[in-house]
Design a protein around this ligand. Sequence first.
Ligand SMILES: CC(C)(COP(=O)(O)OP(=O)(O)OC[C@H]1O[C@@H](n2cnc3c(N)ncnc32)[C@H](O)[C@@H]1OP(=O)(O)O)[C@@H](O)C(=O)NCCC(=O)NCCS
Length: 152
Amino acid sequence: MFSFKIYESGLDLNHEILNIISEIDQRNMDHSWSFESWKDLLKLKDLILITALNNDQIIGYVLFLTQPIDSFAHLIQIAIEKEFRGKGLSKVLLEKSFFEINKQSIKTIQLEVSVTNEIAINLYQKMGFTTSRSIAKFYSNGEDAYIMLKMN
Ligand SMILES: CC(C)(COP(=O)(O)OP(=O)(O)OC[C@H]1O[C@@H](n2cnc3c(N)ncnc32)[C@H](O)[C@@H]1OP(=O)(O)O)[C@@H](O)C(=O)NCCC(=O)NCCS
């Protein structure tokens, strides 16, 4: 049974949650963060983190940093554990995020994605993002990235 939990500030997070998310990040992302970087979220007021749970166990998440004063949000990471992929969980995570983002009058959502990550590019296009431009050697392994935008 899947459920979802929304965190709207770093103050709502704790080390236990961040530890689990950091482990999912390490297992699933090509360009993962250190635990220290995840811990820095505890200091941030403006974020939207939504976790996907299977029987109360976190199996995926999406993280946005928001700048309401600039009407801007940045999709930082989205990941679903391998065995739970292809079940529509990312679409639900993004739909719930857009609902929260809409409450803040945010006009522009930006993300970066590796030009080789076809699955993620498909997901983002399906959810209304369009490619704005590419940045050469954006990632530490030399891969290029697309900048994708969604206007509200
Ligand atoms: C990208 C990722 C988050 C998608 O999660 P998911 O829950 O499996 O995705 P969903 O089941 O919600 O599928 C949503 C859409 O993504 C695309 N998609 C998902 N799996 C796909 C596949 N195997 N091949 C092609 N497109 C695919 C499709 O457009 C799909 O929509 P559709 O089912 O209506 O065709 C997941 O594959 C993942 O965690 N990948 C590793 C981490 C990563 O690359 N994150 C993104 C970079 S920040």
